[in-house]
Write a protein that binds this ligand. Sequence first.
Ligand SMILES: [Zn+2]
Length: 316
Amino acid sequence: MPPRPDLGPKPRLGFSGSRLERAAERRSDAAALAGLAADARARAYVVGGDLIVMKKSLPLNDPLFTLSEARALGPAAETIFLGHLDGAGRFGHGLAPAAAEALKARDDLLVTDLRSIAVQGLVAPEHLPPIAEAKAVLHWHIRHRFCPNCGTATQAVDGGWRRDCLNCKTQHFPRTDPVVIMLAIDGERCLLGRSPRFVPTMWSCLAGFIEPGESIEDAVHRETREEAGIACGRVVYFQSQPWPFPTSLMIGCHAEALSRKIVVDRTELEDARWFSKDEVVTMLVRNHSQGLTTPPPMAIAHHIIRAWVEDEISFD
Ligand SMILES: [Zn+2]
């Protein structure tokens, strides 16, 4: 067997490891928030639905605007307090999606979706976590303008971290939707699948939303059985990743496969099959003979797969 190629230093996981101090205690302190907003070092990320607005720059674009620059781009549907970086306030300025779309016509701005920004590395990596934070919370605001309890219009409070219903007095908080993403392992082979949404050459871990009343382990067992017909035993938590499309948390796991015969659920997956460790190595380093690939380094699936390839995980 040829020696495995050196995979090099571990890549950075996208959207995680925020440098911001969220300073939750300041969210309800209007004077503190006003002081942070008035400070000359205050900056805002500008988000319009799925679109992020950046100042064009080389080699990396600049996603930070002064608060007056942000306001000049268009009125904010919501402004949220993201936290501070060494005392400099960071805010999310939520434009109407159509207003962000219209900014694509400007030569000095780059307006594109967050997935492209992360995959293509269009901004410095430290900006990805606060942009993910801003996008997820601003998306929640768009979807929670009315109280789910009584239907009355709700009002944003606490720097954008709560919406209150003034009629029935219910408080609503931003939500996160947990997703399990797992690699089922059978010795020197692992189970990868293809969603019809993937680029044609890409294979990845199976994944699915955790349902109410379900543990992480239960969800790993159920999703792997439903999508590929594979029964799993032991489940080991690996790492997690905020996934702001729109408000998920990816919970990465490795699972011990107990069965081998794959039965693909064609409504969920285009295909699923076993891959040898040697084949997966060529996919990670992008020299597979048929051009097959794993997801990009910014995605947790890449890290889950790589950890198994690098023998950090074994159920033997
Ligand atoms: Zn209400």
